[in-house]
Design a protein around this ligand. Sequence first.
Ligand SMILES: *[C@@H]1O[C@H](CO)[C@@H](O)[C@H](O)[C@H]1NC(C)=O
Ligand SMILES: *[C@@H]1O[C@H](CO)[C@@H](O)[C@H](O)[C@H]1NC(C)=O
Ligand SMILES: *[C@@H]1O[C@H](CO)[C@@H](O)[C@H](O)[C@H]1NC(C)=O
Ligand SMILES: *[C@@H]1O[C@H](CO)[C@@H](O)[C@H](O)[C@H]1NC(C)=O
Length: 545
Amino acid sequence: MLFLVLLWLVLPMPIPSEAANDPPKPHIIFILADDLGFNDVGFHGSAQIPTPNIDALAYSGIILNRYYVAPICTPSRSALMTGKYPIHTGMQHTVLYAAEPRGLPLKEKILPQYLNDLGYTSHISGKWHLGHWKLEYTPLFRGFSSHKNLWGLDMRNGTDVAYNLHGQYTTDVITKHSVSVIANHDAAKGPLFLYVAHAAGHSGNPYNPLPVPDDDVMKLDHILHYKRRRYAAMVAKMDESVGVIVDQLRKSNMLENSIIIFSSDNGGPAQGFNLNFASNYPLRGVKNTLWEGGVRAAGLVWSPLLEKRQRVVDETMHISDWLPTLIEAAGGIPALANANLSQSLDGMSIWQTLVHAYPSPRKTVLHNIDDIWGSAALTVGDWKMIQGTNYNGRWDGWYGPGGERDPHLYDWNLVLKSSSGKAMTGLKMLPSRADQQRLRETATVTCQGQSTQGTSCVATAFSAPCLFHVRDDPCEQFNLAEQYPKVLDLLVAELQHINSTAVPPSNQPDDPRASPMYFNYTWTNFGDYYGNIKGAVLGDISSKF
Ligand SMILES: *[C@@H]1O[C@H](CO)[C@@H](O)[C@H](O)[C@H]1NC(C)=O
Ligand SMILES: *[C@@H]1O[C@H](CO)[C@@H](O)[C@H](O)[C@H]1NC(C)=O
Ligand SMILES: *[C@@H]1O[C@H](CO)[C@@H](O)[C@H](O)[C@H]1NC(C)=O
Ligand SMILES: *[C@@H]1O[C@H](CO)[C@@H](O)[C@H](O)[C@H]1NC(C)=O
C-alpha cells in the first residue's frame, strides 16, 4: 500500500486549463493482443475463428490495413510506449528475458506520463514486458495507477505478488480488472487511459502450451486441427473480453466519448513456432521475422470522433505513431509542437488522417535493424527491402491455415448479436450487411498467382537485400532486386542513414540472482535486493549472493 500512497502524491493533478466549453477529452482504451496473426480475425477474411466483437468495431470504425508493428513483443511494446523505433531505445534485439538486469530506459517518457500531463488517469491491465528488475522500471512508477500483470509464472496486483490469482485464467483476470477500472472511473474528474495488454493468444509453458478452458475449445469443433482449435479458443475468449469492455464503457456512459484501439503486438507464430498455431495467411513469415507475416498486424481504431468511419485505410501506419496520434487526440498539440518532443520521436501523428481521411505523413517504416542476427528491413512507399534472416531461413515460408475463406462460412449474425455489435447498433454506427461485406472484402489480402518478373528471395544472415513491391505483391513472392537496382540503392541508402542513428542493443546476460527460487518462486524486482538483503521479504537470501 505504501507504494500506492506515494504514487498518488506524485501523480499529476488534472490540468484545470481546460476551458469550460471545451469538449471533454476522449477516454482511450488500447487493447493489445499477444501474438495474434493477421489472418486470425474475421475482418481480414478468415471465417475460422469467431471474432464478432472485434469485427463489429472494425466495420464501425477504421480497419488499418497496412499497419506495421515490430516483429516481437518487447520491441513493439517499447515503440508503443515511447513513440520511438526500438533501435533508438536499445530494445531492438529479441525480447527482454525475466532474469535480465535491464528495462526500457528510465530517461524515456512514456505514453501514460504524457497523457497524465494532459489530465488523464492511466491504468494497465495485463502484460508489461518492458523490465521489472527494479521497481522503478515497472508500470506504477511510470505513469500507471494500477496494474494487473503476468510476469513469467507470476501475477501482480499493483506491486504485490497476487498469489490469490494463481490458477485463474489470465484473460478473465485482465478482463475483470479492466471492467472494474472503467466502472470505478469518475469521468467528471478527467479522462481515462486504459491499456489492456492481453497474454492471449501467446503460448504458455511447454507442459501446457495452449491453456484455455475445455468448454471454450469444444465450441470450436469445426476446427479439425486440435492445437489450432485451442489457439482459436484463446482468441475467441479475448474477443469476448473486447465485448465485455465495450459493454462496460456503454454502461458507464463513456463509450460515446472513447477511442478504442485494437492491435496485435507482432505477427502470429504459425505452424508450431513457439508451440503455437496462429495464421498470417497469405502473408509470408511468422512472428520475429521481418516478412509481412511478422510485422503487418491486425489493427483497428474505433471512435465517434472519427468523422470518416466505416472504411479501410490502406495508408501505412506504424505502432510508434500511436503516441503522438493519441497525444493529439487528447488535445495535446502544444506538447507535440514542442520541438524537442517531435524531433526525438519516430512516431508521427496520423490523427488527422484517421479523423478526416487526409493523406498520411507516414511514408517510411523501419521494420528493424538487428546487427546481432544480421537482419534488417525497411519500407518506403510501395517498396520494401529485406536483408538477412532470423532463423537461417527456417521461418521464411508461407503457412496456413487459409482455406476457410468462403464468405458463406462467415457468420454475420454473430457480429450483430455480439456485445460490440449491439453497442454499435445502439449508436447507429454499425454499417449495413452489404457495407460490412464490402469492408471485409477490401481488407482481405490475396496473392497474385504468378508474375513474369522477379526471383525468389533466399536470405541468409547478412545476405544481400531482396526488394519487393509490397503493395502489388503483399505476399513477398517476387524479388525485384535485379530489375530495380536504383530503387534498391535508395532504400539501402535510407537504411544506412537510419542505422547511423541507432544505439546499441541493451541485452544483458541472465542474472542468476533473479532466480525465482530466491523469492518464494516468484519473479520479482531482484535488482532492488542487491546488497540489501534485509529488504527481502522472503527469508534470508543473503547467503545466496
Ligand atoms: C488487488 O489488491 C487490492 C488492494 O489490496 C484489492 O482490493 C483487490 O481485491 C485485489 N484484486 C484482486 C483481483 O485480487
Ligand atoms: C529542449 O531540450 C534542451 C536540452 O535538453 C533543454 O535545455 C530545453 O529547455 C528544451 N526545450 C523545451 C522547450 O523543452
Ligand atoms: C549499422 O551500423 C553499425 C555500426 O556502424 C554497423 O556495424 C552495422 O553493420 C550497420 N547495420 C546495417 C544493417 O547497415
Ligand atoms: C510463498 O508462496 C505461497 C504460495 O505459493 C504463499 O502462500 C506464501 O504466503 C508466500 N510467502 C511469502 C512470505 O510471501
